[in-house]
Design a protein around this ligand. Sequence first.
Ligand code: F6P
Length: 327
Amino acid sequence: MAELNRIAVYTSGGDAPGMNACVRAVVRTAVANDLDVVGVRRGYEGMIEGDFVEMDGRSVSNIVQLGGTILKSARSDRFRTSEGRMQAAENLRKAGVDALVGVGGDGTFRGAVLFHEEHGFPIIGCPGTIDNDLFGTDETIGYDTALNTAIENIDRIRDTADAHDRLFLIEVMGRDAGFIALNCAIGGGAEMVLIPETIANLDDIKDRVLTLMLAQTRSSIVVVAEGEELGGAAALESAFRADPSFDSIDLRVCILGHIQRGGAPSARDRVLASRMGVGAIEALIEGHTNVMVGVQNGEVRLTTMRSVWSRKKNINFELLKLTQLLS
Ligand code: F6P
């Protein structure tokens, strides 16, 4: 294996609570192993622009509890081009970087593998996304915090929904995956949940909602995943309003949006992120590349980055049955 003296760490894609805890663990584990560390600001964009900062154990003091990412994040179109990647490689070589640790989602890992193939830098990934949609780890960094934020907000909406006997459609994030939606529906006691992993039939949905609202005269919460196939909460609202059977129903929509991405990471995310950050440096020292550090059944495990995006992490359909049983 080529010499390993100096590593670079970056966060990329949508930020996720716990990214800072991961960066802290990467930096401190590297320092403990006599490695120098360079922080890359704004992910692949910063790599292309040479936006680097020297880091040591002290530069990551007091960040374990912070949401967002002190290294900033970005989605980079330029890194999709070979010229962009060439520029990034040149900058990293000039800065004396031997290997990389990237914290992000599948887009981050796709970029990393391409970059490794073209320019040879060993790269380890840590899964940072609220969506929890990555194969190879039971949970991603940020998911637990986002889930708790969603549930906390559903609780608040339930108070006002109940006071007015209203129907609320609450849209949660997750891109093409329903992990946040399904689990916050259970934890928030929602009457119904719509996720991208199931086939949606508008007539069935309307029937179920009408039964809930008209037969029982009470408030109802429907959690709608943003990637759900009918088009999310706003599309569903239009479909309901266009149907005269819904005339007597007091309907409101709440899109939780980026609220789910912010805030202090939960205890679970801090611990997960710390374990993954340590695992990333250990993996580099052991000579691995193009792998993601995950935690499966409580154990730190490496998975090839390629399988992270080519294999699908399945939703637990038993949980879907649970939402129906408990509603
Ligand atoms: O991947 C994380 C995520 O928050 C998704 O849940 C959401 O679809 C997307 O990012 C939003 O991206 P942006 O912050 O670029 O609007």
